[in-house]
Ligand binder design. Sequence first.
Ligand code: ADP
Length: 558
Amino acid sequence: MTRRIFKSICFAALGTFAASILLFMAVLYHYFSNIMRSQLAMQTQLAAWGVEREGVAYFEGLELADYRMTWIGTDGTVLYDSIQDSSGMENHIEREEIKQAFAEGVGESSRYSATLMERSLYRAQRLSDGTILRLSIAQHTLLSLLFGMLQPLCVIFAIVLALSFVLAYRLSKAVVEPLNSIDLDEPLGNAGYEEIKPLLQRLAAQQRKIRKQSEELQKRRGEFEAVTSGMSEGIILLNEKRIILGINPAAMRLFGTDDSCIGSYLQALSQSLQLQELLQKAGDGKHAEMTMELSGGMYQLDASPVFAKERVSGVVLLLLNVSERAKTEQMRREFTANVSHELKTPLHTISGCAELLANGMVQKEDVLKFSRQIYAQAQRMICLVEDIMKLSHLDEGAEDMSREWVNLLTLAKETAQELMPEAEAAQISIRVKGESVRVYGIRQMLASILHNLCDNAVKYNRIGGSVVLTVEKEGEGVRLLVTDTGIGIPPEHRDRIFERFYRIDKSHSKAIGGTGLGLSIVKHAAALHNATITLESSADAGTTIGVYFPKHVEKGIN
Ligand code: ADP
């Protein structure tokens, strides 16, 4: 800019100088040409008068200084010339001023020399005898004048050039320096020339506007952060180029990043092609969703386009934790598959036996055996269906079942009694010991806990072994312990035996009538009473499963 101002000033100064010199000279030249022309006319008139009076004698001893005088006859021949010998001169009849003088009495013309450096002015006047007297004078042309003044002009030009340089330098500095030193944070605090003030005022107004907008932005950002920081769902705001504009702490945790990712592309956080496709769809103005694994959990990603002036200006990405839902879904699928599988086996046996009986293909002595088989499998199916129903009842919270005070010792004794036939068959003794304590709960569920634990203690025991049911107060709660001297549970299975249909030895469990749902029912029923389960087991000494019922806070009695 400084250069441009500098150049402009220099060119303007020099241009003005050159133009004024030219104009000045042209005006002067025109002025002096007019004077010269009128003098020439006057001199011609005087000479004509002299020649009219004296004839040829007038030319004798004539001092003409700058003028040239020519006398031309009526046929155009030169009768006299003050410079040249007239006899050698060509006929002048065709000369412009001569022709005009013959026709009008007076003629005028001018002619340039070959070099254009000189111009001759002619004035011709017809005399009374029809001859023509012509006077001419040489005049320097404007060009020759300019050439003649070249030296002084160059000197003046150099001075003007130097002056305009200094002036231009100072001026451009005076214009640009205050502009360069403007303090944009405090524009009005700048001292400058008068003309800069409107600019400074506009800058100050702009500054105020920007400050207000940035405060507003900051406020909005703060609000967004306040709202989203406490959310367990992740939120990411992207612009149309997929650059992160905002991200809440939950989303940062999921992508293992911090707020330094703001301003960078989302691709820097995840290169998942699926995610890119999802954002592409949202970028095209459509809502899109997908599920993907993030930091060990399953998340549903919802991408919604944000419109501004009917154009997609960004995308809001919402990350919802659906791990629990996915897990439940998975469990439901597994459970359905397991149930179908568990039911299919006894049904096949029943159907096979029944078919053989119906076709009369069974020997009379085997009919009983086949009927027992059908009965046993049907019983197995009944047990299975009963357990499944119990579980689904528990899954729904067993809200329809009423709670009451139940004496756990009495219930334990009843259970022991129920299982006595099976225990005796396996020569296993069952003993119930402890205090008579009450638990506030669902009788049916408490009975289920006792039955399943005791049943397992008998089923997975050794011949001649024992089962002990202990009910005792512990702290403010009640502990139920079922101890057996059975086969024990290997450590690697201990975490899984409470899962539905999980059995350590499938064939053994099935052979002794297990459904694989007993401990699952225990787990759910215990949870319904806020009870915790403990397990101790060793391959030699057997297993002890404990259920601890804490104090019933709601009722305040135990
Ligand atoms: P099941 O109907 O097969 O007994 P459960 O859910 O009651 O199913 O038990 C799951 C598995 O845990 C059993 O199949 C068995 O392998 C093991 N188990 C349960 N209780 C005992 C125990 N007292 N001693 C040894 N193993 C046990």
